[in-house]
Design a protein around this ligand. Sequence first.
Ligand SMILES: C[C@H](CCC[C@@H](C)[C@H]1CC[C@H]2[C@@H]3[C@H](O)C[C@@H]4C[C@H](O)CC[C@]4(C)[C@H]3C[C@H](O)[C@]12C)C(=O)SCCNC(=O)CCNC(=O)[C@H](O)C(C)(C)COP(=O)(O)OP(=O)(O)OC[C@H]1O[C@@H](n2cnc3c(N)ncnc32)[C@H](O)[C@@H]1OP(=O)(O)O
Length: 394
Amino acid sequence: MSRRSAGGGRSMALSGLRVLELAGLAPAPLCGMILADFGARVVRVDRAPRSAVATDVQGRGKRSLALDLKRPPGAAALRRLCSGADVLIEPFRHGVMEKLGLGPEVLLHENPRLIYARLTGFGQTGKYAKSAGHDINYVALSGVLSKLGRKGENPYAPLNLLADFAGGGVLCALGIIIALYERTISGKGQVVDASMVEGIAYISSFLWKSQNLGLWNRPRGENLLDSGAPFYETYKTSDGKFMAVGAIEPQFYDQLIKGLGLDSDKLPSQLSFSDWPEMKKKFASIFAQKTQSEWCSIFDGTDACVTPVLSFDDAPLHQHNKQRSSFIKNDQEEISPRPAPLLSRTPAVPSCKRDPFIGEHTEEILLEYGFTQEEIAKLYSDKVIESNKLKANL
Ligand SMILES: C[C@H](CCC[C@@H](C)[C@H]1CC[C@H]2[C@@H]3[C@H](O)C[C@@H]4C[C@H](O)CC[C@]4(C)[C@H]3C[C@H](O)[C@]12C)C(=O)SCCNC(=O)CCNC(=O)[C@H](O)C(C)(C)COP(=O)(O)OP(=O)(O)OC[C@H]1O[C@@H](n2cnc3c(N)ncnc32)[C@H](O)[C@@H]1OP(=O)(O)O
């Protein structure tokens, strides 16, 4: 496991980029964390009066400023911060920023180079633009949820990975980077309308565009890649763990059959759909006869596409992941995934420090953005900003 400190002397791809992230639930924090991991100076703008504990668990590499946006001097302070920023990420449903007087017309007028990223579930327009929602709702509206789940069961949302993170945080970060690239040519900022419904739909383009290939003709849970096929499944081992099987191509399927100790001449053909349920039972009874580690000994080094299903405890300890330093430890000994992808010259250097407390850096950030000590004192006395130095010094 590697332990590299932020800013360890190497310049990162996004060094010098100034980002303001208005505190949100899950997607915007990931977006901000990605930018911070790759070198951006990300300020999380938390609420004042602040809540006791930060709910953002993706605060790595960020600093926190606690600011009351509902008070006019607070909104004015954010406008000023935006004048000196490259990127603003806002995670509220449509209309919230406009109500605060912080809509894109205002902020882009004051800073035409600003990338104004709006990360929402339903986007800035349309019937649901002002409705509350969460990951599962967005996946549902994208069409994708209808495809997920096992045979005979209700659709199943795979945690909150699809909308919040893949279609939300990650695609918003991509939108920001694209807009920043375009700004190098035009000199102009723009609004990034990152709707998680559309984000999921977009990352599911393969699903949409493969509808005519016959891959998805059968009901949910009975197709090649949705747990219908015996060779694209998980199987329980004798020690209560699992193996993942993804032996799609015939040459890899042959190696699976060999590893399981079966004779392919005595089996139905791989793509005989009607035999799939029976083949699954056969595979399951064989996998149940050995431990996960025994199966790894059999399949490691083959092309059978069989791997262990690792727990969070086991994944960082797996030899392959250790060889690539795929997981890192911070100063609190917390383990998390190393930023991906790896850039050869300017890789991400994630911070090893703990996440910021709410309001921990209020003063230093305001000074950095050009506020005077007198202006800061006024904001304090007006109770528009808060700092949390006490906790930070513990
Ligand atoms: C499935 C996921 C969500 C998972 C989240 C969980 C991980 C966490 C949810 C609850 C957490 C727990 C809880 O907090 C209790 C504990 C607290 C403790 O500290 C830690 C442990 C906890 C157990 C804690 C643990 C975890 O953190 C939780 C379990 C998702 O799908 S996330 C994606 C959600 N959707 C979106 O992001 C799409 C866009 N956003 C929205 O649609 C809405 O924001 C949303 C999410 C529906 C929320 O609606 P809401 O009405 O609450 O907000 P908005 O309409 O957007 O308006 C925001 C209002 O706040 C004002 N405001 C904002 N910033 C400031 C500021 N700096 N100063 C003053 N005011 C501010 C803003 O003006 C708005 O005010 P109005 O309503 O008056 O207009």
